[in-house]
Design a protein around this ligand. Structure first.
Ligand SMILES: C[S@@+](CC[C@H](N)C(=O)[O-])C[C@H]1O[C@@H](n2cnc3c(N)ncnc32)[C@H](O)[C@@H]1O
Length: 304
C-alpha cells in the first residue's frame, strides 16, 4: 500500500514521494476535484533523481501515461490544468481531447526576462491548458477571481458601474502582471535549489476559480510545493507527489510555513479584494494615478 511520507490535517494535506504514475494508481478513482500538473519539460533540468533528458519518444510515452493516470482520479465535475511550454503543448491538447475532455481555455502565462537568444524570438510564455470533463457541470467560481476591467479602470466607462459586479470582470486568458514574473533572482517567493517554481498568484487563480473550500486538489509534480501551499492556505485538501525525496522534504517545510504573497494579502478571505488593474494601456485621463511609466506609444512599461 502506498502511504504519504508527509501529512497534515485540517485541511488534509498529503505529500507522497515517488513516481506519480505509480502513486496515482493507488488513489481512489474519481476522487479528485482539481488537477494542476507542471511536469518536467525534458529540458535537462537538474531535478535530483529524475532524468530530465529522455529520448523524445520516451518522454511522450511518459507524458501520456501520467495524463491518463490523472484522468483516472479526476471526478466528473473536475478540472484538469497543465502548465507546459511550446514543445509538447499540442501533443497534450490532442491527447486530452481524444480522451473526451473539453478544452475550456488555452491560457498563456506571459513573463518578461525570457532566456536571451538570437536564433529565434525570446520565449516569454508557457501554456496553461484548462480542460474539464463536463463544461456545464464543472466546478467554476468566477466571482472568486474578478479583476478591474479596462473599460472601468482605463476608460472610466459609467456603464460598468451598473453591472452585477461593478467595474470587475473575469481575467483575460493571458496572465501577466507585477506578481506574475518567473520566480528567480531575489524574488521573495523563491525557494532555493528548486527549478521552475511557479508564482503563488498563478495557483491562487486556478484554485479559487476551479474549487471550493474542502475540495481535493492534486499536483502530481509538486516541486517546491506551490500547489499544496496555496491550496492549504485556501482551505482546500490537497495531495502532492514528488519524485525527489529532497524536493518533497523542502516542499513540505514550505507547506507548513505557508505562502508569502497570499499571507501578506490577507489570504483567509474567501473572496479576495480585487487587484489593481493590470492593463497595458494608460488611463485616458492623464493625471490619473493608474498611469504608471507611460511610454510615447501609449503602453506602460513592464512592472514585472
Ligand atoms: C517543473 S517542476 C514543478 C515545479 C512546481 N510547479 C513548483 O512550483 O515548484 C517538476 C517536478 O516534478 C518532479 N518529477 C519529475 N518526474 C516526476 C515523476 N515521474 N513523478 C513525480 N514527480 C516527478 C521533479 O523532481 C520536479 O520537482
Amino acid at each position: 500500500m502506498v502511504k504519504p511520507t508527509y501529512r497534515l490535517e485540517d485541511p488534509d494535506t498529503e505529500v507522497y514521494v515517488g513516481d506519480c504514475r505509480a502513486v496515482l494508481q493507488a488513489l481512489p478513482e474519481k476522487s479528485v476535484d482539481l488537477v494542476f500538473a507542471d511536469p518536467p519539460f525534458n529540458w535537462d533540468v537538474p531535478y535530483g533523481e529524475w532524468d530530465d533528458r529522455k529520448p523524445r519518444e520516451e518522454y511522450l510515452a511518459f507524458t501520456y501515461q501520467w495524463l491518463d493516470a490523472c484522468l483516472r482520479v479526476l471526478n466528473d465535475h473536475g478540472s484538469f490544468w497543465v502548465n507546459i511550454p511550446d514543445d509538447t503543448a499540442a501533443e497534450i491538447v490532442v491527447h486530452l481531447k481524444k480522451r473526451g475532455l473539453t478544452m475550456i481555455n488555452w491560457c498563456i502565462w506571459h513573463f518578461r526576462f525570457g532566456q536571451h537568444r538570437t536564433g529565434n524570438f525570446i520565449v516569454s510564455k508557457v501554456h496553461a491548458l484548462y480542460f474539464a470533463r463536463d463544461r456545464k457541470n464543472r466546478i467554476w467560481v468566477p466571482e472568486a477571481v474578478l479583476e478591474p476591467s479596462d473599460r472601468a479602470a482605463i476608460y472610466g466607462d459609467p456603464r460598468t458601474r451598473r453591472t452585477k459586479q461593478p467595474g470587475l470582470r473575469v481575467p483575460l486568458d493571458v496572465w501577466y502582471g507585477p506578481l506574475w514574473g518567473r520566480i528567480q533572482g531575489n524574488n521573495k517567493e523563491r525557494r532555493k535549489e528548486h527549478q521552475n517554481q511557479i508564482p503563488e498568484v498563478y495557483l491562487e487563480r486556478i484554485i479559487r476559480a476551479c474549487s471550493k473550500e474542502g475540495h481535493l486538489v492534486l499536483d502530481p509534480f509538486l516541486g517546491s510545493g506551490t500547489t499544496c501551499t496555496v491550496a492549504r492556505a485556501l482551505r482546500r485538501r490537497s495531495i502532492g507527489i514528488e519524485y525527489s525525496s529532497r524536493n518533497a522534504a523542502s516542499a513540505f517545510a514550505r507547506i507548513q510555513s505557508g505562502p508569502i504573497r497570499l499571507q501578506a494579502a490577507g489570504l483567509a478571505a474567501p473572496r479576495p479584494a480585487p487587484p489593481e488593474s493590470n492593463s497595458f494601456m494608460i488611463h485616458r485621463r492623464r493625471s490619473s494615478k493608474s498611469m504608471a511609466n507611460p511610454t510615447p506609444d501609449g503602453f506602460e512599461t513592464s512592472t514585472q
